[in-house]
Design a protein around this ligand. Structure first.
Ligand SMILES: C[S@@+](CC[C@H](N)C(=O)[O-])C[C@H]1O[C@@H](n2cnc3c(N)ncnc32)[C@H](O)[C@@H]1O
Length: 316
């Protein structure tokens, strides 16, 4: 390892200041490994030399590249499956009922990485029997990483990437061949609007009905998590829905959210929104085997302020 404590602190402060990502002590190896390719490409002897140059010159381009290299962009299509099953079986039917007057639904994928999440949402929406041509659905997809946004906008994925989580029928229906890769077809791409947005700064967004904020909060410290959740709540409609990553929660951070469980899926609603009213019993997204909605979750509270299980017939 070439970096010393001082260089590590400089990088950790830079990343924290620009993204709120918390690189605590013990992440020296991560910094070294992530910055080594950048140092090589930019012609530096090693990572320490790269950091030394940035410290001395304040080179804005190198600073941005360092921050980009230290964002974790791991993602896949229909990641964890359940949120998309809940979106299809609970959220869309409920919102179609609630928004019957305007026929407008807005979904925000915050921290969208290379786009698999917002395109999974778009495929779920476009294939949904209740979303007819009279409906206007907008999916806003944001990230702090310009590199990830550029890839996401292209809608182009390798065979390896589509193999991760994308059911074959959806690949056939919503992708076209692009040399050895696959590209999301225009009708699905056009549902998604990509925008650079730093969650650590004010959002200035219109109200949204659903927020996917998945596997992003884990990189922030507790005060930042609290602040981001509060501001997400301010743009989420009072009867909206929030999805977090499997290891994330609002518990202990924002008690103005209620935690709800449907089958194997967990989601959050602003306190007082209560249980969604849905009917029907549709198969999991993409068809095939998967968690059946409303069969698994017990009513027992699991430490949340309010937790309830629901089933597709609205019975508890
Ligand atoms: C691990 S990925 C999660 C992608 C996707 N949500 C999922 O669950 O598969 C985390 C993403 O959050 C983004 N991110 C990190 N800090 C951010 C910030 N302050 N504002 C916006 N996005 C941020 C990263 O660039 C990265 O693309």
């Amino acid at each position: 390892m070439t970096i010393n404590g001082w260089a590590f602190t400089y990088v950790a402060d830079l990343v924290k200041q620009m993204t709120a990502i918390n690189l605590g002590p013990g992440k020296e190896y991560l910094v070294e490994n992530r910055l080594a390719p950048l140092a090589r490409e930019a012609g530096f002897r090693d990572v320490a030399a790269l950091i030394g140059r940035v410290q001395a010159s304040g080179d804005e381009r190198l600073r941005r590249q360092i921050v980009e290299a230290l964002t974790t962009n791991e993602t896949s299509f229909f990641r964890d499956r359940e949120p998309f099953t809940v979106l299809r079986q609970v959220v869309i039917p409920d919102l179609c009922r609630r928004r019957a007057g305007t026929r407008r639904i807005t979904i925000w994928s915050a921290g969208c990485s290379s786009g698999q999440e917002p395109y999974s949402i778009a495929m779920t929406v476009i294939d949904h029997p209740l979303i007819t041509s009279e409906w206007s659905v907008e999916i806003l997809a944001t990230d702090v990483s310009e590199e990830m946004l550029a890839k996401a906008k292209s809608g182009r994925y390798s065979q390896l990437e589509v193999n991760r989580g994308l059911p074959a029928p959806l690949l056939v229906r919503h992708f076209e061949r692009c040399e050895t890769d696959w590209r999301v077809v225009a009708p699905v791409r056009n549902l998604v609007r990509f925008q650079k947005l730093n969650l650590a700064e004010d959002f200035n967004l219109p109200f949204v009905d659903v927020v996917f904020l998945r596997n992003v909060l884990i990189y922030f410290d507790t005060p930042t998590k609290i602040d981001v959740l509060r501001r997400v709540r301010e743009v989420l409609r009072p009867d909206g829905y929030l999805f977090l990553g499997g290891s994330e929660t609002t518990l202990g951070l924002d008690d103005a959210f209620d935690r709800l469980v449907a089958g194997a899926g967990t989601f959050y609603r602003p306190r007082g929104a209560g249980m969604p009213e849905v009917a029907g019993d549709e198969p999991p997204v993409g068809g095939g085997a998967g968690p059946r909605f409303g069969t698994a979750a017990p009513m027992a509270a699991r430490g949340s302020a309010v937790q309830a299980s629901i089933n597709p017939l609205g019975r508890r």
